[in-house]
Write a protein that binds this ligand. Structure first.
Ligand SMILES: *[C@@H]1O[C@H](CO)[C@@H](O)[C@H](O)[C@H]1NC(C)=O
Ligand SMILES: *[C@@H]1O[C@H](CO)[C@@H](O)[C@H](O)[C@H]1NC(C)=O
Ligand SMILES: *[C@@H]1O[C@H](CO)[C@@H](O)[C@H](O)[C@H]1NC(C)=O
Ligand SMILES: *[C@@H]1O[C@H](CO)[C@@H](O)[C@H](O)[C@H]1NC(C)=O
Ligand SMILES: *[C@@H]1O[C@H](CO)[C@@H](O)[C@H](O)[C@H]1NC(C)=O
Ligand SMILES: *[C@@H]1O[C@H](CO)[C@@H](O)[C@H](O)[C@H]1NC(C)=O
Ligand SMILES: *[C@@H]1O[C@H](CO)[C@@H](O)[C@H](O)[C@H]1NC(C)=O
Ligand SMILES: *[C@@H]1O[C@H](CO)[C@@H](O)[C@H](O)[C@H]1NC(C)=O
Ligand SMILES: *[C@@H]1O[C@H](CO)[C@@H](O)[C@H](O)[C@H]1NC(C)=O
Ligand SMILES: *[C@@H]1O[C@H](CO)[C@@H](O)[C@H](O)[C@H]1NC(C)=O
Ligand SMILES: *[C@@H]1O[C@H](CO)[C@@H](O)[C@H](O)[C@H]1NC(C)=O
Ligand SMILES: *[C@@H]1O[C@H](CO)[C@@H](O)[C@H](O)[C@H]1NC(C)=O
Length: 805
């Protein structure tokens, strides 16, 4: 007892019992000197970095000598023994390596330790962790530990919850990219862990690298399990389906890694005895067909199956009355479901908020006899479902936020009831047969309007209001004419404007140059005309990364003034090997932007615009004059196409500074002089076309130049040297043999798709791509190798391939 206690007992002797109680309880709060010292020592090993951590943010700041440690932030003590029993240092700006002699390990009575959301700089998890023999809760989710889990982790046999996930959590609007697989759990450790954790209820191992683990070992998991999270674990083989008989299992999530999903699990055809509420499976095979017995899981709220299922969607889905989220996209479900069954099945799901059936072989009717409503619906995704009309049942779903009906055969006009959807943020009707005028009444709440590849005509009608929140307007490939509406400047959040392949007749919209967020501006294949000049001083187009003005009637000099000010193109951000995609994610359900690009005469639709992607296309206009030197400042450019203009003068040597350039086309101009040797430093270059100019002299040799063939240079009578047969000394030498071009295109990096947080955050997205090694190429697509085609196959595999034609 401390002095204070003694004093209080003496002072209030008359009220002895009352005093005793007071004295006793005050003594209970004093933590031991040793534990206080251990904590303070721990604090000094992680000095706070105030350039990244706001003041008064870190809990350890309140840790001061002389104050009862039980009252420190993040510290909890046992109110009988005074021992520190819980430590919550989550998201606490702890940054630095975690020492294996850390004084934290002296807190032998710890029952709960939360170190999530810190940065331990890829430290190994110290084996000393096994000293916490009483630990019930351990959370090191996303704390940047790395390496193999120490075998000793299996000693923590009292654990009730264990979270070793190293996936990023993401806020609804931010794109977060992380590296996966830093933490490795090998097979013996896993086996011991599974055997020894007899009381574990929640086990979260998502993002942990389990390449070497045999899934068989999961068979011995404790039957007390309520949550098992095994997403993106790089596991291969057959996962024991006894998991579906675990009597307490409510949440089960399983996926291999993308591109290499060699993981299977056989769904039981009967006797699912788990009270499952959330089921997420994204694996190669769950046994061909989705069994009718899925309808027995009456408590299911969230069902996400990505298993290559064939056959029909079982009607028993209609029994899942609690279901709020149904995701069956990217399977091979087939056939028309008989209309009445279809209506019965879906109309029963009155709690449904999100329904994703995209990219199967389905022929949905939805429209015929669909006289029902699903009042709570927020997100509908029926891409590639053979729909011929708008689904009638969403007509009265007034909470709709996202409606994606792309790649169907829907014809006719956009129905007027769309205008009544006050909460609609994403409307994607791209790749249909819609026609007529675009209604002027579209909800203002819209962030994304994608009407690409339809037959809309007339003017772009919108009077975009003052507080327009539009971020992506895609009208590519319609029959729109008239002018670009000047009210677009009201859309201060606009990131992507694509009106390519229409018949718009206008001058260059320099009035868009003040839009602070505009990153992608595509005006290609229209009737834009006149010169391209800035009216303002900088900043003009401060964030622009993709400018496509090709195939218009622009004339005059290249837009020098703009090129001097394209800040975003001068910044080689994102060249570090990690990739981020542009997307919006209202309510956590993300929508990835797409973009049509032209390569070697073919159009390709990129599903997903990399934030590191940057290109300028000015081909097929009447630009004249010289290529300005300043172009060499646009160092993040990956593609540059100035072909089919009337450009004169020399190729500026400064082009050699564009070291990220993968694609350069200056063909069919009037360029003269030598090919500058500086271009040899373009080590990323895969495509070079300098044909049909007046270039002369020796073709530079070395690096990528050893890989280009005759076609890159033809139509320049004055050029000589390899690969041309014309040698520079006048003696014909045969072209040498070239490296197999495929080599260059081979992508050395691994791809993993994230989209989930440490905890159970359900964004139904597959948006975050992570590249651990090697360099990203600009050409990333989730579609397969054919020009502008339906992307079903590739979406499934999510393999990233360069496309060659
Ligand atoms: C603090 O953080 C900044 C920004 O990440 C970093 O540049 C700096 O080196 C850090 N300081 C220390 C002492 O770690
Ligand atoms: C200890 O604290 C917990 C929660 O703070 C409380 O529920 C419990 O009754 C307390 N025990 C004693 C012995 O005071
Ligand atoms: C650890 O802290 C994070 C962030 O505060 C929280 O989300 C998480 O639930 C905590 N973990 C446990 C096991 O309580
Ligand atoms: C931990 O070990 C390092 C050297 O490896 C030493 O500098 C440090 O003082 C030790 N810390 C404690 C608390 O013993
Ligand atoms: C299982 O846990 C007990 C108690 O902590 C420990 O003694 C034993 O070594 C553990 N077994 C394995 C294989 O780690
Ligand atoms: C997973 O770990 C293995 C070694 O066990 C390693 O070869 C592999 O590259 C790791 N995977 C990832 C994605 O880091
Ligand atoms: C499961 O546990 C039993 C009993 O401890 C053991 O005999 C068996 O080998 C274990 N199976 C696996 C796959 O680890
Ligand atoms: C998938 O795994 C099985 C065995 O587990 C193996 O035979 C097969 O070759 C693997 N397939 C691929 C594509 O890796
Ligand atoms: C649709 O349902 C409403 C009420 O649920 C009913 O009044 C109406 O007649 C139905 N219409 C058709 C075409 O079945
Ligand atoms: C190209 O890079 C060199 C060396 O880094 C530099 O001196 C030159 O100014 C650059 N040219 C342009 C146009 O940026
Ligand atoms: C190209 O420019 C030259 C002058 O620089 C002009 O004489 C010629 O007519 C132009 N060609 C075309 C096709 O515009
Ligand atoms: C880690 O998982 C546990 C158990 O499911 C959970 O309580 C905790 O919130 C998770 N931590 C974070 C940071 O999400």
């Amino acid at each position: 007892m401390g002095i204070f206690t003694m004093l209080s007992i003496t002072l209030c002797l008359p009220f002895f019992f009352l005093c005793l109680k007071t004295a006793f309880s005050s003594s209970l709060h004093l933590c031991s000197h040793e534990e206080a010292a251990a904590l303070l020592q721990f604090k000094t090993s992680f000095p706070i970095n105030y350039t990244v951590c706001p003041p008064d943010y870190s809990k350890t700041e309140s840790w001061k000598e002389g104050i009862d440690c039980c009252s420190w932030d993040g510290v909890s003590c046992d109110n009988v023994t005074g021992h520190v029993i819980a430590l919550d240092l989550s998201d606490d700006c702890l940054s630095g390596t975690f020492p294996s002699n850390s004084t934290l390990f002296l807190l032998k009575n710890l029952k709960s330790l939360n170190l999530s959301f810190n940065d331990f700089r890829l430290s190994k998890i110290p084996p000393e962790i096994s000293q916490f023999t009483r630990l019930k809760h351990l959370d090191i989710c996303y704390s940047e530990f790395s390496g193999q889990f120490p075998a000793e982790i299996a000693h923590l046999s009292k654990l009730v919850s264990l979270n070793l996930s190293n996936l990023f959590s993401f806020e609804s609007d931010t794109v977060v990219v992380s590296s996966l697989g830093n933490l490795i759990l090998e097979t013996t450790t896993l086996r011991n862990l599974v055997q020894n954790l007899s009381e574990v209820r929640e086990l979260v191992l998502s993002g942990v690298n389990m390449t070497s683990v045999n899934p068989r070992f999961f068979i011995n998991l404790s039957s007390s399990l309520t949550t098992l999270d095994l997403r993106y674990i790089q596991l291969r083989g057959n996962f024991p389906n006894s998991i579906f008989r675990f009597p307490n299992l409510k949440n089960f999530y399983l996926s291999g890694s993308f591109g290499e999903r060699n993981l299977t699990i056989d769904l039981p055809s009967s006797n699912w005895s788990s009270p499952l509420q959330q089921l997420y499976l994204s694996v190669m095979d769950c046994g061909r067909r989705l069994p009718e017995s899925i309808g027995d899981l009456k408590s299911l709220q969230y069902l996400h199956l990505h298993c290559n299922f064939e056959g029909s969607i079982p009607a028993s889905i209609g029994n899942l009355r609690q279901l709020t989220s149904l995701y069956l996209s990217n399977n091979q479900f087939s056939g028309p479901i008989p209309a009445s069954i279809e209506a019965d099945m879906f109309s029963a799901l009155q709690n449904l908020e999100t329904i994703f059936l995209s990219y199967n072989n389905l022929s949905l009717r939805m429209n015929v006899n669909a006289n029902f409503t699903l009042p709570k619906l927020t997100d509908v995704s029926f891409s590639s479902c053979n729909l011929s009309e708008f689904p009638n049942f969403i007509r009265h779903s007034n909470s709709l936020q996202s409606l994606v009906l792309s790649k169907n055969r829907i014809h006719g006009n956009i129905p007027e009831w769309i205008c009544e959807k006050d909460h609609l943020q994403i409307l994607d009707l791209s790749h249909n047969n819609l026609s007529g005028k675009i209604p002027n009444c579209l909800p203002k709440s819209l962030s994304v309007l994608n009407l690409q590849a339809n037959y809309f005509n007339g003017n772009i009608p919108f009077g975009f209001p003052e507080r327009c929140v539009l971020r992506n307007l895609n009208l590519h490939g319609n029959q729109m004419d008239g002018l670009l509406p000047r009210s677009l400047v009201n859309c201060s959040m606009l990131e992507v404007l694509d009106v390519g392949n229409n018949s718009i007749q206008d001058t260059f919209p320099h009035w868009l140059e003040s839009l602070p967020e505009l990153q992608v501006l595509v005006l290609r294949s229209n009737k834009f005309h006149g010169s391209v000049q800035s009216t303002k001083e900088s900043p003009s187009f401060p964030k622009l990364r993709v400018l496509d003005l090709s195939s218009n009637d622009f004339l005059g000099p290249l837009p020098l003034q703009y090129m001097e000010n394209f800040k975003a193109m001068m910044d080689s951000h994102g060249q570090d090997g990690s990739l981020e995609y542009m997307m919006v994610a209202p309510g956590g359900n993300s929508y990835q932007y797409s973009l049509v690009v032209t390569l070697k005469g073919h159009d390709y639709e990129l599903q997903g615009i990399l934030t590191a992607f940057s290109s300028i296309h000015l081909s097929n206009n009447m630009f004249e004059g010289e290529i300005p030197d300043v172009i060499g400042k646009l160092s993040s450019l990956k593609g540059l196409n100035l072909s089919h203009n009337n450009l004169t003068g020399h190729i500026p040597p400064s082009l050699g500074n564009l070291t990220n350039l993968e694609w350069l086309d200056l063909s069919s101009n009037e360029l003269a002089g030598k090919i500058p040797d500086e271009l040899v430093s373009l080590t990323q270059l895969s495509v070079l076309n300098l044909s049909n100019n007046h270039l002369v002299g020796r073709i530079p040799q070395g690096s990528q130049f050893n890989t280009f063939e005759n076609g890159s240079y033809e139509g320049n009578l004055g050029l000589c040297g390899v690969p041309l047969s014309k040698s520079c000394d006048g003696i014909g030498t045969p072209p040498s043999s070239f490296q197999e071009k495929d080599e260059l295109w081979r992508f050395g990096w691994r791809v993993v798709v994230l989209g989930y947080g440490c905890g159970v955050v359900f964004g139904l997205l597959m948006g975050y791509l992570v590249f651990r090694t090697g360099k990203p190429k600009w050409f990333v697509s989730l579609f397969d190798g054919r020009p502008s085609q339906s992307g079903r196959k590739m979406r499934k595999a999510r393999r990233l391939v360069p496309r060659r034609s």
